[in-house]
Design a protein around this ligand. Sequence first.
Ligand code: PMP
Length: 393
Amino acid sequence: MRSLFAKRINDIPKSFIREILKVIDNPEIISFAGGLPNPEFFPVEEIKEASNKVLAEDGTNVLQYSTTEGYLPLREYIADRYFKKQGLKISPEQILITNGSQQGLDLIGKTFLNEGDGLIIEEPGYLGAIQSFSFYRPKFNSVPLLEDGVDLEVLKDTLAENDCKLFYGVPNFQNPSGITYSDNKRRAVAKLLEESNTIFVEDDPYGELRFIGEDIPLIKNYLKDNTILLGSFSKIVAPAFRLGWVVMSMDKMEKAIVAKQASDLHSNYFAQRVIYQYLIDNDIDQHISRIKEVYGRQREMMVNSIKEYFPPEISFTEPEGGMFLWITLPKELSSLELFDMAIKEKVAFVPGSPFYVNGQGKNTLRLNYSNVAEEKIEEGIKSLAKVIKRAIN
Ligand code: PMP
């Protein structure tokens, strides 16, 4: 019998999180499940002004087809920001504008992965990357995360025992764990990857959202040519623009442009023009400071409530930025079973096992604090604590 669907689509499950979000579409539920930025910070008025301005000043052009690489002044702006923030010298020609960093992940898969190619991913890893790369049928090798980043011993062994083309990681305030790599670990990872000629795919949508401690240089600083760096406007301006970017060396860029052309010709040019106008007419640093201040408070409220209400056998991460915190329950508990109990208590989270490519993580879960009002956080954590205590006893 001929199968209607391609094998590649039949093999890949729906995003577990998107399915969960449907279940908890009930305003009475306090949801720590989503991965959404706080909409309070969407610059609605400023975007309205920027849209009006580009339409008034250059209306026919901003509605026309454009180049695959993306709007040059926007790429120059991004390059300039990397120099100011990180001292990183990147030419605008090395930046490709994409439909969110999520498209960047797909283009990387399309450009670099043959079926069976070795790919390293953090454990737990970003679900959207697991889904995106799965279409290219790589051989996943997962390396556990420790408190200060990936486990170097396991990484070393994995690189020695497998031919790994890419290592995908999120060194700043990782999704789902909230973990950040220390500077020493970044240097060590860069050295190991250099020696094994493995490309680091450095996904950094949260890097600007640090509310505790000092910024740490990107791994791109330590592994210049062999890093592909992804960035996004989703968490610092608004996700609906679907605008992100990929930074890579010119030889890689030439191929990625072909992949992007075949996918969509170019990203929404009007959106690129509006966001650029918004960026040059407003103080984005001030805007980001406000986001960080509130996320910092929400995170503090969550951490303090966990300390107060959760039983001592529960461990959790204490993120220095970003939007997520990771909970590890005693081994014998299942976060999937806990999820059903939690919904009855009107609180939701994301069970951790979908973030593992090896079927583990059954006793883990992810909590989001950025999209829950401060006063609701304590109430939600209290309910969750009740459910956990009941499950333990
Ligand atoms: N990478 C990571 C680690 C993420 O958490 C997200 C958003 N959930 C993305 C990429 C995709 O972001 P966007 O496509 O909106 O830029």
